[in-house]
Each structure stands twice: as structure tokens, then as C-alpha cells.
Design a protein around this ligand. Structure first.
Ligand SMILES: Cc1cc2nc3c(=O)[nH]c(=O)nc-3n(C[C@H](O)[C@H](O)[C@H](O)COP(=O)(O)OP(=O)(O)OC[C@H]3O[C@@H](n4cnc5c(N)ncnc54)[C@H](O)[C@@H]3O)c2cc1C
Length: 453
């Protein structure tokens, strides 16, 4: 298939996904708040002062113990943003009032809380169980992520490891009762575990910093080792998330070192995240593929390709130190590179590697490109996994499932306070002018959104 034919296929796949999205929209019954939230997102995109005010409000929301406090904070923040502005009035209308009166502000506070709940599946795995079962019934598999405060002490690291242990056990137990689903639990490389946990290695130790790698590795090693042993025992998948660049080397080295141990030769299935926004991500991918070739294991390895969630952090940090930014600073280059990495991953799978490519994005162009290229290589539909975040990618997940492809929903669990930092990051990311979801929210033409980057 030549370039032009591939482009044609990308557009066809993209249009099919978009049609699925439109269908998901009319089924807004699943999320009665979705339309209101979309209006709020539109307001946020166009008004930086309102964005700043609401982010500050969202931040203090869990610390508010009474409605009075809540109202006071919201009023103060909106006053700073110029409460008389059109968008502030729109926010008031969103909650059904003509003006932002005190009861309305309270309702907005509750709205923020319920919005956070859409992003967070529950306080823990048990609380999230009905939601996880329901996703499975709708043809979507899951991975769980435990939200928490920053790990500042060894006992907090230990506590996080214990929560991971409890979550793995709870997931294995609850998922045993789910109905069989061929697409979600098998591919050409063998069975796919129903229980799947995403772990943040920096939460396992307070010392994961580049200037103390030895200390960090020894502190996190034992905890990660135990989690791998438990995942093998329960036949679960353990995935390692990637965070800011200063921890990438320590995390990668530690994880690969442990997976290479004889005791893990046949399991568990495991995986790592590759951040395509890093300009050296191709070298990182080649390193991972080289490692896989040298360490053949009985259990497949998943590489989850994301763009990266710490773009602002990396850019600001580099500017502070007078370094060159380690990330692409032009959106189109970033997207082009993401497609390049997607093709490399799928080529490696087509070449016979025990590799599971997982394309994690809400960008229909990125997803459609992955599907079209995978088909062009002649790979079976189950060879490619697509992944989205709960709350942001619900409609996209529905569209992917309707398309007949495997979709995994990344479900954070934790309390509301811990969830706030997560919510703010997701909102900031997705109401920035550079985001695909922002463009989609403001009604951009699908043909333009599907154009080659
Ligand atoms: C299942 C799942 C798991 C994830 N796990 C991780 C993880 O472990 N680690 C992690 O870092 N992220 C993770 N993410 C978050 C992911 O990185 C963000 O969702 C993603 O960055 C948003 O990309 P998109 O393709 O959905 O949207 P798009 O709108 O297509 O892309 C937005 C992204 O482009 C990049 N970008 C923004 N502005 C610019 C610019 N000016 N120049 C160049 N690039 C720019 C940023 O990375 C931004 O997030 C995960 C996402 C999913 C769906």
C-alpha cells in the first residue's frame, strides 16, 4: 500500500470512528452531564482568566468543608477573573441560573465534584467494581491506576505498594466472574489477563531522582519485585507508567532488570509507557525493542505509546536551566513523530516480536492512522490495542468498541482530594489550544482534524 492509499484508509477509518462518536453523543444518556461539561470546556478554552479561576477553585474544592466555604472560594476566584464577563455568566447559566448567586456557586461546586467522579472510577477497586464490570459488559477492558499524594516518606511508598497489592487481588477476584469476551482476552500471542494494573514507580519510593539513582533503585526494587511476583501468581498484567523525564532512566532500568530475572521468564505479562513527545523517543523505542530481542520471555511485552502528559513541566524546566527542551515544541512535528513510532511498533509486531502495541490517544487521526497501518500490514484486528482515559475518552471508547477493535480504559481510583491534581492536569491538557479534544469541542471540521500532520 503506497502513501496515498494509506492516507485514504486513514480518512475512512477516521470517518468511521467519528460516526461512532456522533452515535455516542446522541446516546448522551450514559453521561447526562456531558453536554454541560462540553459547554464548560468551550468556555474554558476561550477565556484564560476563567480557566485560571476555575482551576484554582477545583484545587481548593476538596478542602472546603461547608457550602459557605465553597461559595466564598468560587465567588473570590470568579471575581478575580472578572465575574461580569460573558463566560462567567455562561458558567452561571450552565448551572441553570441567570446570575452567579450563592446557591448557584454551590451547585457549581457540586458540579466540579461530580466531574471529578467522572474521571475517577471510585475510592478503591472495590468501590469501582460495578463500573469496571459495566465497562467489560460494554466490550471495554480496563487498567487501574491508583491516585495518591506525592510519596515523601518510605512509609508512604510502602502504603502505595500495599494498595497495589490489594487492588491486584481485588481485580483478579472480581474479574473472574466477568463473561468471556474473545476480543478482550485473547490475541495472536495468547491470553490477555483481565486484571491489569498501571503502577507509578515514583510512588513506590520517595527517592526516585536522577541525582540519587542507586538509592532510588534499591528502595523501589523490593516493592516492585513483590508486585511482579503477585501479578505472576494471579495471572495479572503489570504496567509501568512513565512520568517526568528526570525519572525515565531509573524507572526503565529497574523494570527491565527485574523482568530479566529467571523467575519472570514465563510471566507475568508486563509493559511500559513510551512518551512520543520526547525528541529522543525513537532511541528509547529501539532500546526497548533491542532488549526484547535479547531477552525472549514466555509472556508478551506491551508498549503503550502516549504523547506525554508533562509537556509544560518539561518546557518550563528546560527554560529555567537554559537547556534545549527535550520535547517537540511544534504540535504537528509531535503528531508526525507519534505516527512514525506507531508504524515502528506495528512493524515490529508484524515482524514476529512478542510485542503488544497499545496506542493511547483521544486524537481520532492518531487512532485512525494506527488502525489503517495495522490493516495495511495484514495484522489481525486483535493485534492492536487502543487505549483511552476514563472521563475524557468515554465516547471515543464507545466508538472504538463499535468499530470492533479492542479498547482499554485507564481508570484512576482514589479519593477526591488525590483526584483533584489529576483532574486539573487533564483539564489543563485538554482545554489548551493545542489539544485535539479542544478542537473537537469547538466544532472543528472532521476532515481538517483527520489531515496528515
Ligand atoms: C491510556 C492512557 C495512559 C496514559 N499514560 C500516560 C503515562 O504513563 N505517562 C504520560 O506522560 N502520559 C500518559 N497518558 C497521557 C497522554 O500522554 C495524554 O493523554 C496525551 O498527551 C494527550 O494526547 P492525545 O493524543 O490524546 O491528544 P492530542 O491533542 O493529540 O495531543 C496533545 C498532546 O500533544 C503534546 N503537545 C501539546 N502541545 C504541544 C506543542 N506545542 N508541541 C508539541 N507537542 C505538544 C502534549 O503531549 C499533549 O498532551 C496516558 C494517556 C492514555 C490515554
Amino acid at each position: 500500500m503506497d502513501d496515498a492509499q494509506l492516507e485514504e484508509r486513514v480518512h475512512e477509518c477516521g470517518q468511521r470512528l467519528a460516526a461512532g462518536l456522533a452515535g455516542a453523543d446522541t446516546g448522551g444518556l450514559r453521561h447526562p452531564l456531558a453536554a454541560g461539561e462540553r459547554r464548560m470546556m468551550r468556555s474554558l478554552i476561550g477565556d484564560p482568566r476563567l480557566r485560571a479561576a476555575l482551576f484554582r477553585f477545583v484545587d481548593v474544592r476538596p478542602a472546603c468543608h461547608s457550602r459557605t466555604e465553597l461559595v466564598r472560594h468560587l465567588s473570590e476566584f470568579l471575581e478575580e477573573a472578572g465575574a461580569g464577563s460573558g463566560n462567567a455568566r455562561r458558567l452561571a447559566r450552565l448551572t441553570g441560573r441567570r446570575e452567579l448567586t450563592l446557591p448557584t456557586a454551590g451547585a457549581a461546586g457540586l458540579g466540579v465534584a461530580s466531574m471529578a467522579h467522572r474521571f475517577i472510577a471510585g475510592e478503591d477497586a472495590q468501590a469501582a467494581a460495578p463500573e469496571l464490570s459495566s465497562l467489560w459488559e460494554q466490550g471495554r477492558c480496563v487498567t487501574l491506576d491508583l491516585l495518591g499524594e506525592a510519596t515523601l516518606t518510605e512509609s508512604e511508598g510502602e502504603r502505595y505498594a500495599q494498595r497495589c497489592t490489594q487492588t491486584l487481588r481485588a481485580l483478579a477476584q472480581m474479574s473472574a466472574g466477568w463473561a468471556p469476551n474473545q476480543l478482550l482476552e485473547h490475541d495472536g500471542l495468547g491470553p490477555l489477563p483481565r486484571a491489569n494494573l498501571s503502577v507509578k514507580v515514583s510512588a513506590l519510593t520517595p527517592h526516585l531522582r536522577a541525582n540519587a539513582p542507586e538509592r532510588a533503585l534499591s528502595a523501589a526494587r523490593d516493592r516492585l519485585l513483590e508486585l511482579l511476583r503477585l501479578a505472576r501468581e494471579l495471572d495479572a498484567h503489570l504496567h509501568v507508567d512513565m512520568e517526568s523525564l528526570d525519572t525515565r532512566e531509573s524507572i526503565t532500568e529497574l523494570f527491565l532488570e527485574l523482568l530479566a530475572l529467571d523467575e519472570f521468564a514465563d510471566g507475568p505479562p508486563a509493559g511500559i509507557v513510551l512518551q512520543g513527545y520526547l525528541t529522543d523517543s525513537e532511541e528509547q523505542l529501539e532500546r526497548l525493542l533491542g532488549w526484547l530481542e535479547q531477552h525472549p520471555r514466555g509472556a508478551p511485552f506491551t508498549i503503550r505509546l502516549v504523547k506525554g502528559a508533562y509537556w509544560d513541566h518539561e518546557v518550563v524546566l528546560a527554560a529555567q536551566h537554559g537547556w534545549r527542551a527535550p520535547v517537540f515544541t511544534d504540535r504537528r512535528s509531535c503528531d508526525r513523530h507519534y505516527e512514525h513510532l506507531t508504524r515502528r511498533l506495528l512493524d515490529a509486531r508484524a515482524g514476529g516480536m512478542a510485542l503488544r502495541p497499545a496506542i493511547a490517544s483521544h486524537n481520532l487521526r492518531s487512532l485512525a492512522h494506527a488502525i489503517a497501518y495495522s490493516d495495511a500490514l495484514g495484522l489481525a484486528p486483535d493485534a492492536l490495542e487502543l487505549q483511552v482515559l476514563r472521563g475524557l475518552g468515554d465516547d471515543t471508547a464507545a466508538a472504538i468498541a463499535t468499530y470492533g477493535r479492542r479498547v482499554r480504559v485507564y481508570c484512576p481510583v482514589g479519593d477526591l482530594v488525590a483526584g483533584m491534581a489529576y483532574l486539573v492536569r487533564r483539564l489543563l491538557e485538554n482545554t489548551s489550544n493545542d489539544s485535539f479534544l479542544a478542537a473537537q469541542t469547538t466544532g472543528a471540521d472532521i476532515n481538517l482534524l483527520l489531515e496528515r500532520p
